[in-house]
Design a binder for this molecule. Structure first.
Ligand code: NAP
Length: 477
């Protein structure tokens, strides 16, 4: 019987386990470092945490949830959804909680993997990494950061024991996380100093509460929720096309964002500070209807001077001004380019995946690497989206990996052919070099400028390209 080890219980790991179990694989073990499922939806508990992709679309296609509390559901509802899915598909008995994985080694003599876990070594025929791209908080390298004497924490490690009421609070960063928690904490704090390095494009978030009536209709007529899902698929695919291929569509998106800002920020001076100077879509477009109004409140100051240092009492900017604060919150994102870190994965000949990836992570269709037989990656390099639901990408990956495992079960351990992987990477990078994502810095690119995170096409293209497993792309180890 094929034994399969999966690392992580976010949407990726759970989705892979469901696909495999439904195909008859039962020797599936999922390793989870925490005591609960959920991945980023367990970790990120900051005020206002919610998904900016509508829930009817940001959920498994085979498991629609008629009880979403809102169109853009908050983090606790998404975590509950993942817990429910875990229970419904009887996944708990496969999960080893509180067990972190440090790495895995492929043994050419046994043609199996040894997975190194905090609970001891485990042998497996197949290893699937589902550790995500956004699981390790990134702390900015600012001089004096450790000298600050007040409370400080990262948005992904929110310290709920710190009472922000009446405090002077600095927020560093204006990405997807910050724009969600800033409007939540603004009414509570005495003063909010928002340190913005690069402003985001913001468009309205058409959120709505799903009432008991919605829930009844979604339950009784599942086609209604499917219609909402397909509508959002259409909207986000169109946005993807705007970033990738269509200048007129990109212009329309820019105009929408500008109108939103004009409406929500009457002060032209503040508006000028908040308006981006890079092409739309280069950084993630953010959906929010309450972030900009919060910035117009008298207790908020948007500071665009660069930060020179952090002192014991505050944040000093390049103009020499010390902004004294009681608390610093880092909304500074994640170390996304460091794929699979800190796992040490060693394939044929003991070669270390991180060494193969010194000039940037790469994998065939984001999932397979030459000389790493029966090793697969969910949400791997070049599978992130500028627009759309990553859950749809993960479903495609789960299905593709299952088909690969079906083939390996008969043929023996398989790895993608080096020439196939190289050709794929050349084509991917060629397309990305002309894309909007190469025009500014963001977590989509690594330190050398390579766009390592994003898929260069639409979700539809990815689904079509992964729909079939072509055994000619692979060789038996
Ligand atoms: P992020 O988008 O990477 O934003 C980090 C912010 O910190 C940026 O504004 C960045 O400025 C700033 N920053 C970083 N280092 C800095 C420094 N040394 N000095 C000053 N500013 C600094 O991170 P995030 O907001 O946590 O979001 C990351 C990703 O997580 C998102 O793009 C999204 O995919 C996901 N996410 C999703 C949701 C959702 O609703 N689905 C919600 C939250 C997060 P620069 O732009 O100048 O680098």
């Amino acid at each position: 019987m094929t034994s399969i080890a999966i690392i992580g219980t976010g949407f990726g790991g759970l989705g892979a386990a469901i696909e495999l179990k439904q195909a008859g694989y039962d020797d599936v073990t999922i390793f989870e470092r925490a005591d609960d499922v959920g991945g980023v939806w367990r970790e990120n508990t900051y005020p206002g945490a919610a998904c900016d992709v509508p829930s009817p679309y940001y959920s498994f296609s085979f498991e629609p949830n008629p009880r979403w509390p809102r169109r853009f559901s908050p983090q606790p509802a998404i975590l509950d959804y993942l817990r429910d899915v875990t229970a419904k598909y009887d996944l708990k008995r496969h999960i080893r909680f509180n067990t972190s994985v440090s790495g895995a080694d492929y043994d050419e003599s046994t043609r199996r993997w040894t997975v190194h876990t905090s609970g001891g070594d485990v042998e497996a025929d197949v290893v699937i990494s589902a550790v995500g791209q956004l699981s390790r908080p990134s702390w900015p390298n600012i001089k004096g950061r450790e000298t600050f004497e007040g409370a400080s924490f990262h948005s992904a490690l929110w310290d709920h024991s710190v009472d922000l009421t009446g405090k002077r609070v600095a927020v560093i960063g204006t990405g997807a996380s910050a724009i969600q928690f800033v409007p939540e904490i603004q009414p509570q704090v005495a003063k909010l100093s928002l340190f913005q390095r690069t402003p985001p494009y913001i468009v309205p978030r058409p959120d709505t509460e799903f009432s008991p009536l919605h829930h009844r209709v979604f339950s009784a007529l599942p086609v209604t929720q499917l219609t909402e899902r397909l509508a959002w698929f259409g909207v986000t695919e169109t946005m993807g096309v705007a970033f990738l291929y269509s200048k007129p569509l990109a212009k329309a998106l820019t105009a929408l964002s500008r109108r939103h800002m004009r409406k929500q920020v009457p002060d032209p001076e503040l508006r000028a500070k908040l308006w981006p100077s890079y092409p739309v879509g280069c950084k993630r477009i953010l959906f929010s209807s309450n972030y900009l109004p919060a910035l117009t409140e008298p207790n908020v100051e948007v500071i665009t001077d660069g930060i020179s240092e952090i002192t014991a009492t505050g944040v000093r900017t390049n103009d020499g001004m010390l902004h004294e604060v009681d608390v610093i919150i880092y909304g500074t994102g994640f170390t996304a380019s460091d794929f699979l870190a800190p796992l040490q994965i060693r394939g044929v000949g003991g070669q270390d995946l991180r060494e193969q990836w010194t000039d940037g992570a790469r994998a065939y269709l984001g999932m397979s690497v030459p000389d790493f037989p029966n090793f697969f990656i969910m949400y791997g390099p070049n599978t992130n989206l500028g627009s759309g639901s990553i859950v749809t990408m993960l479903e495609s990956q789960a299905s593709y990996i299952r088909k690969a495992i079906d083939h390996a079960r008969d043929a023996g351990p398989i790895s993608v052919r080096a020439d196939v992987a190289e050709e794929f990477d050349r084509d991917t990078q060629g397309r990305l070099s002309g894309s909007v994502w190469s025009m500014c810095s963001s977590w989509y690119r690594n330190a050398s400028g390579r766009v390592a995170a994003n898929w260069p096409g639409t979700v539809t293209e990815y689904r079509l390209r992964t729909a079939r497993f072509n055994e000619k792309d692979y060789e038996v180890a």
